[in-house]
Design a protein around this ligand. Sequence first.
Ligand SMILES: *Cc1c(COP(=O)(O)O)cnc(C)c1O
Length: 379
Amino acid sequence: MDFPIELFRGADTPFYYYDLDLLRRTLDAINTSVPASNFKVHYAMKANANPIILEQINNAGLGIDAVSGGEIKAAVAAGFDPAKIVFAGVGKTDAEILYGLKTGISTFNVESVPELEVISQIAVSLDKTANVAIRVNPNIDAHTHHYITTGLAENKFGINLEQLDSVIERCKELRGVELVGLHFHIGSQITDNTPFAVLCERINSLQNELEAKGVRLKTINVGGGLGIDYDDPDKNPIPDFKSYFEVFSRNLSIRPGQEVHFELGRSVVAQCGSLITKVLYVKKGTAKQFAIVDAGMTDLIRPALYQAYHKIENITSDGLPEKYDVVGPICESSDVFQEDAVLPEVKRGDLLALRSAGAYGEIMASQYNLRRLPGAITK
Ligand SMILES: *Cc1c(COP(=O)(O)O)cnc(C)c1O
């Protein structure tokens, strides 16, 4: 990636840099890879809710997958049509449900019977009907980090297959709710399409069973989870959306008139973002040397939280390569971005870029240690 270093010189570090041209090309790739008009892509806004990013995504015509009332509000403020907003999450509050109904969002992805009952009550009190999709736990191992695997049976997310029939019955009994679909989401950072093909097969047999019982669905929501190349972002700046969508058009038995919904987060925004940080000190130990930078886990928590890897580049040096542990200033031992990173000789004042940080980066920043939140620069 070419960084606009001149633009960076006077800026307060650390900050996120977003390459909007790459974002637009990624969105184009999504739109040109979608194989049919009944495939609808919703952006999972929890990956990045920066208004500048949202504006591009709205321009590209995607919908929104929101997981809180705050996200619904931000989506509406960014100009998204409420009819293209779906609302997911295991713990929706009464106020959030009320707000979603008043805003006229398209669908509530429901994760438990008690939640269904509360949605019904609130909808009836407003004299409205809530479209609901039941989040089903298909018990698929997405072979990803255990913190981001969500489709296994023992999980706080979704409803188990064995309980599905009773939940559908409850939907029929309750006023104010209409069952429109099923929702699945098996995990995140999935780089091999096999789990998605397995998901399609589960959905097919489930649909056959449900149809035999007279249940027809308008939408099948297959969630998100498509991974990106953290190791080599310059080789694969745009994920292979074509192959991804093809897995579904080939393997999913889609009924006439049925819509297939996708909720992509990471794959839309990860590669367009980098965290730019300044080197404060180079500290020589006995066996190691440390590059102490002004960004910490408060700015980008993924390495500390999931042992995630972000490629690091020294964008202001062309010295000879040396090994560094790149660490932040936070008073926690887990505040390490990378051990033994090989970088062109690092000096105080150099700028480092932590690549592929557009998803689950800025949005997860905190003020722990009373730090300033990172800013954002776009080009
Ligand atoms: C987080 C999440 C997504 C997006 O996941 P990505 O891996 O970022 O694509 C989609 N749907 C649901 C329900 C989620 O919780």
